[in-house]
Design a protein around this ligand. Structure first.
Ligand code: KG4
Ligand code: ZN
Length: 334
């Protein structure tokens, strides 16, 4: 049996996950920095790096303890190499390299988005290639054709703000704070998604790209107009209508891409995959397509996803050497 430790530190979560090649999750420990960054309305890179430094050892040690393992039980140490904040990435990567060196085990560098994508195999082990993935996070809104392990074709992406970024910026604009996605989803539960029809940027008819920055401008404009006219708006209705506008476009384009490329499964990945409106929009439009998503704990950044993506590399003995460096703009696609 192979046991892999995955370390994630690309943004504002310090995380360690331990899995086996039999698909068992032995530990999943996540130290979130959300409360530290909340007062600034978003992630402050320098603070994120310092918080990672404080959290990295206790997080990994807690994961080892939860799994009931000693260092020598590990077969490999996997780290997020990129993309992400360079200072944040360096903390997990340096710790991982030091650990691997000290215990004499291989080090594996992992692409953060491949982690988000492949974590679906933890709960859906029968998932078959090819499938379509909608990777929606704070920095990505990618429609991806997963052709085979390690072979990913980018079909569409955001031309400006990522979906999670749109949630975060709009949440701040309507006074719901950070992180925006969960806050908007919560407020939307008591709102009417049909109350306001905010703009959807469909772009060219054949494009799988997205654009969300116009939506943010439309909301700011809407608030200004309401103030001018003395009209009252309910934050719950705006949250529900905004959420619907984002999920409408994401789901419609993902479904169209799946049909065009002849795949029968769409998997969701990334922080925004936790959004229930997005899941519902996809399910309602699915018409025979299988729609899968990870549990919320595996949507947000975690170490299990890094260990899961490392398994594929482990099988090919695709190990890094100790010159492995953080790569904020690391590419994944063919
Ligand atoms: O994947 P992730 O944890 O970190 C990145 O790699 O970016 O994604 C974070 C993003 C944030 O923008 C957050 O607002 C969004 O995911 N998010 C959500 C929800 N939970 C997290 N967006 C919509 N609905 C949610 N329930
Ligand atoms: Zn992520």
């Amino acid at each position: 049996m192979t046991i892999i430790l995955g370390i994630e530190s690309s943004c504002d979560e310090t995380a360690a996950g331990i899995i086996t090649d039999k698909g068992e999750v032995l530990a999943n420990v996540i130290a979130s920095q959300v409360d530290v960054h909340k007062i600034y309305g978003g992630v402050v890179p320098e603070i994120a790096s310092r918080q990672h430094l404080l959290a990295i050892s206790p997080t990994v040690e807690e994961a080892m303890q939860k799994a009931g393992l000693v260092w020598q039980d590990l077969d490999a140490v996997a780290v997020t190499q990129g993309p992400g904040l360079v200072g944040a990435l360096l903390v997990g990567l340096s710790y991982g390299k030091g650990l691997a060196q000290a215990i004499g085990k291989p080090i594996i560098g992992v692409h953060h988005l491949e982690g988000h994508l492949l974590v679906n195999f933890i709960e859906h082990p029968n998932l078959q290639y090819p499938f379509l993935a909608l990777i929606v996070s704070g920095s990505h809104s990618d429609i991806v054709l997963a052709k085979a392990p390690g072979r990913y074709q980018l079909l569409g992406q955001s031309r400006d703000d990522a979906a999670g970024e749109a949630f975060d910026k709009i949440s701040r604009a309507i006074g719901l704070g950070y992180p925006g996605g969960p806050a908007i989803q919560k407020a939307a539960q008591n709102g009417d998604p049909q109350k306001y029809t905010f703009p959807r940027a469909w772009l060219e008819a054949d494009s799988f790209d997205f654009s969300f920055s116009g939506l943010k401008s439309a909301i700011l404009n809407f608030i200004r107009q309401c103030e001018k006219k003395g009209e009252i708006w309910r934050v719950e209705d705006v949250a529900a209508s905004v959420q619907m506008a984002i999920c409408d476009v994401l789901s419609a384009k993902a479904i169209r891409a799946a049909r065009l490329f002849g795949v029968n499964t769409i998997v969701l990945a990334g922080g925004v995959a936790a959004n229930s409106c997005l899941r519902n929009c996809l399910r309602e439009r699915a018409d025979g397509l299988q729609i899968l998503w990870p549990s919320p704990i595996y949507c947000t950044d975690n170490g299990v996803m890094i260990a899961q993506a490392a398994l594929r590399k482990w099988e090919k003995k695709d190990f890094a050497d100790f010159s492995l460096n953080a790569c904020p703009g690391l590419q994944l696609y063919e």
